[in-house]
Structure formats: structure tokens, C-alpha cells
Design a protein around this ligand. Structure first.
Ligand code: UDP
Ligand code: MG
Length: 153
């Protein structure tokens, strides 16, 4: 099964949206296998957003991301990297369709409440960046046969 990293950024915490966002993933049928509240260091922010450190908006992004705690989540499910990206919507929330997390809950490119890994390869790196092996949990969902048919697992 694929795994993906989700970060609920400080705007999601300030706006008390954490529960409702997690509920969306639970209701979709994705399995929660890791969850914690953390505070990013400037170094970790630079590593996580290494593709953006030269951009003019990076200082604001780092300030925004390091000054308050965030929620880190690992989700598991068949093709979940793409499923979660589709649920989140595009970076610019003003272009995000209603029904997506950004499209329903935000109106900004920089205050867009949530991060999701953009590929399977990125997901593997990002999960290792934020979670130790023993912080991820393997357990059986007793209703799994109502979430996937046997031949999909
Ligand atoms: N970002 C920003 N301004 C921009 C582009 C990105 O503030 O013009 C921030 C925003 O918080 C975004 C994050 O940088 O979520 C990472 O950017 P990326 O292009 O990876 O978008 P994402 O994968 O989050 O949709
Ligand atoms: Mg990204």
C-alpha cells in the first residue's frame, strides 16, 4: 500500500480546522498510521521546501511554518499519494474547486492550510523526514473488506 505525508499548517490550527480535515481523510477510507504535533526548525523548513528557498516568498513561508506548531500525518491506502493531492487541490486556493480541502477552506496561495506529498518518491523521503520508524503503526482495520475488494489489496 502507498503512504503519503500530510502537514496541517499553522493556519489550519489557528482556524480550528484540524478535526474536520482529518475527518475528510477518514471518511474517504484512508488509513491513519502516524500523527503528531511538531514545530519545524528553520533547517527542517529549508530541507522540506528546498525547491523553493530561492523564491521571493520563501522568507514569509519559513516564518509562517516555523513560528507555530503544525500537525504531521501519514496516511496509507491504494494510490493514496494522488488521492490526497486531488483531495487537497492546487497550490493557489483561489483556483481550487469546491469539494477540495483548499477549495472549501481557503482563499490564498501562501495560507493554503495543508501540504501533501507530490509523488510516491517524495512521499517516501518526506515520511522519513518527519517520522521515526516506531512512530508509524501497522494495524488492521476491521472493516477493510468494506473499503477495498480482496483483489485490490
Ligand atoms: N507558496 C507560496 N507562494 C507561492 C507558491 C507556494 O507561499 O507562490 C507556499 C505555499 O504554502 C505552498 C508551499 O509554498 O503550499 C509549497 O509550494 P508547492 O509549489 O510545493 O505547492 P503545494 O505542493 O503545497 O501545492
Ligand atoms: Mg509541494
Amino acid at each position: 500500500m502507498e503512504r503519503t505525508l500530510v502537514l496541517l499548517k499553522s493556519d489550519a490550527i489557528q482556524r480550528a480546522l484540524i478535526g474536520s480535515i482529518i475527518t475528510r481523510f477518514e471518511r474517504r477510507g484512508l488509513k491513519l498510521i502516524g500523527l503528531k504535533m511538531i514545530k519545524l526548525s528553520p533547517a527542517l523548513s529549508k530541507e522540506h521546501y528546498s525547491h523553493l528557498t530561492s523564491k521571493p516568498f520563501y522568507p514569509d513561508l519559513e516564518k509562517f511554518i516555523i513560528h507555530n506548531p503544525i500537525i504531521a500525518i501519514v496516511l496509507e491506502g491504494k494510490e493514496c499519494v494522488q488521492i490526497v493531492r486531488d483531495m487537497i487541490g492546487p497550490t493557489n486556493s483561489r483556483k481550487a474547486l469546491p469539494g477540495t480541502i483548499r477549495g472549501d477552506l481557503s482563499v490564498s496561495t501562501s495560507r493554503n492550510i495543508i501540504h501533501g506529498s507530490d509523488s510516491l518518491e517524495t512521499a517516501e523521503k518526506e515520511i522519513k523526514r518527519f517520522f521515526k520508524h516506531d512512530e508509524l503503526f501497522e494495524y488492521k482495520i476491521s472493516l477493510s473488506e468494506y473499503i477495498y475488494a480482496q483483489d485490490e489489496i
